[in-house]
Design a protein around this ligand. Structure first.
Ligand code: C2E
Ligand code: MG
Ligand code: MG
Ligand code: MG
Length: 285
């Protein structure tokens, strides 16, 4: 392989110089085809109520298994989609598929209370988003309170007024609004104060060193208290161990999501997960 590249006469610069740009162009065009051919899928990760042990809801996460590129993680393709504007098509697609799936769960009496869908901050700038949401709910027959949209701040919120307007309209439809990855990146306390948020998700980076000495536990306790003061449901992300579970329960966290209870999975696996687990007790502190 190295030999081949070495002889290649049209490559006048070091490949690594342009690898990122190449990667980006390849990903962008492959992603366009994947969306057009309906080859992306959604997987669903369970969220468990810490008090009752019952299924609180699921989060829908996009997966792209490309025939040429293999598995491409959302961490790679979401930023590309945001830069190329494909995030709009992807967002509408994920809302539609998640709502169609919720309609199936309702029809089949499978107890999945809510489905959460990630939306990029860029989509909150799109004046069509609210009518698209209303149309999808209408067409799938899903009650709005069964849907939660997660505001994922992979991009800086540029027009904050528009974001507030969109968020308010979404809440007025009866849909839940979740602040994702709270405590890191661009998300801030001022967002919590000025957006009509119904749920806050504590970023999974807080689970590192959660059990050890230091301030992590105090900070998480304070986030939970703020969330509750504002009437929000508080979810901890990235919970992998029983000990974290017990500690989060002790400081009054509402819901946990993480590999400890279940990885993101397809609908068949989720059905099996629900049947097997059914309100298994949560480890106590
Ligand atoms: P997120 O919304 O914060 O989703 C949670 C991420 O943490 C998921 O990664 C999930 O697989 C991972 N995770 C869950 N539990 C654990 C755990 O216990 N340990 C560890 N180490 N990881 C855990 P994933 O699926 O790779 O998605 C990454 C991010 O990509 C998401 O973070 C979200 O911001 C974005 N994303 C995924 N699907 C979509 C989508 O359809 N639209 C948009 N706009 N963004 C999406
Ligand atoms: Mg999320
Ligand atoms: Mg996120
Ligand atoms: Mg998150």
């Amino acid at each position: 392989q190295a030999k081949k590249a070495g002889r290649c006469c049209y490559r006048f610069f070091h490949p690594s110089m342009n690898r990122q740009a190449d990667d980006h162009v390849i990903l962008a065009s492959a992603l366009r085809e994947a969306i057009a051919d309906n080859r992306l899928t959604l997987v669903y990760q369970p969220q468990v109520n810490l008090r009752t042990g019952e299924l609180h809801g699921v989060e829908a996460l996009s997966r792209w298994d490309d025939p040429d590129l293999g598995m491409v993680s959302p961490g790679r393709f979401i930023p590309v989609a945001e830069e190329t504007g494909q995030i709009r098509a992807l967002g509408v697609w994920s809302l539609r598929v998640a709502c169609e799936q919720m309609a199936r769960w309702i029809a089949n009496d499978i107890p999945v209370p809510t489905v959460s869908v990630n939306l990029s901050a860029i989509q909150f700038q799109d004046p069509d988003l609210v009518s698209q949401l209303a149309t999808i709910l209408h067409q799938t027959g899903v009650p709005p309170e069964r849907l939660i949209v997660e505001l994922t701040e992979t991009a800086m919120i540029e027009n904050f007024d528009q974001t507030v307007t969109t968020a308010t309209a979404i809440r007025n439809l009866g849909i839940g609004l979740s602040m994702d990855d709270f405590g890191t990146g661009y998300s801030s306390l001022s967002n919590l104060a000025s957006l009509p948020i119904s749920e806050v998700k504590i970023d999974r980076s807080f689970m590192n060193g959660f059990g050890s000495t230091g301030n992590v536990r105090q900070v998480v306790t304070a986030i939970i208290r703020i969330g509750h003061t504002l009437g929000m449901t508080v979810i901890a992300e990235g919970v992998e161990e029983a000990a974290q579970c017990a500690q989060l329960r002790a400081i009054d966290c509402d819901v946990i999501q993480g590999y400890y209870f279940g990885r993101p999975m397809n609908t068949a696996s989720l059905d099996a997960w629900i049947r097997e687990r059914r309100a298994e007790p949560v480890p106590a502190a």
